[in-house]
Unconditional design. Sequence first.
Length: 334
Amino acid sequence: MKSAIIFCLLIFIVHSVYGQIPRTITYQGVLTDLSGSPKSDGDYSIAFSFYETAEGGSALWTETKNLAVKKGLFSTSLGDLTPFDSNVKFDKQYFLGIKVGDEAELSPRIPLTSAGYSIITDDVADGKVVKSLNGLKDNILIEGGGGTTVTASENKITISSSGGGGTGILGIQNTNNTLNITEPNGPTATVNVKIPLILEGDADDYLFTAINTANGHGIKGSSTGVGVYGESDDWYGVYGFSPAGYGAGGKSNTGTGVSAESGTGYGLYAFSEFGHGIHAGSVNDYGIVGITTNGWGGVYGETTGKAHGILGYHNSNDQLWAGVYGFGGSENYA
């Protein structure tokens, strides 16, 4: 026998002002036959669906459950078994369709009243309910990235960042393998230059340049071995320029002050306008060593002022050593 609903009541239960509004609807009704007599007591399979239209169309949401009916009366909470989908926003008119067992859906559908739409109410008692956040609605998850953390306490959300203002540095990369980086994505990144540091490139001029506008050194090297060492296939192994000081200078206690090698160019080239082109000293070894296999001088020094192009100083009674030593392949020059 076909069924009918002759009475229904939709109630939306709302928590306290600061609580979360439940997404369930309490529904009560009386199940009768077409003559108006209550259905027999027992369990009935009843399907509830929400539509956007009074007739036709596809259901936005459907929940089927077995309900106990006594003297035709039944009660249930819509959405407790099958939660409302995210597309059920209660921001427009919905219609409730009811289907008992294998029977056709009852007609007409029941329009939802304002009770159902308290899910998006502007005011709940003296409190407020956020309707949307940056255009997002319903369940929203806020996460922090990098050095940002998000904490929630009661009705308060705190967003903290360990960095400064703006977007900050989002990551550090080491593309030429010259840096040691720990925690590149934060919150605290540590960057150190690799030792030994190797610079590689296709520069037509100098791969590395150091300029000091004061009276100090452009480059200073200190070591128990070679203080400064340069090597080149067809250009300068070491190049130095100074308007008034040393174009290149090196000092070593037991090793070589300056060492430079070149295949076809100058092993060492230094220029000074008013000072020494090259100045090097050593206690127990060579002050300057320059080697070239197929180019110009192993050591070349030039000055335009009243100074020495190359200065080597030998302070010893041992006549086997010299302040400046150069080797030309067949003859020695000092």
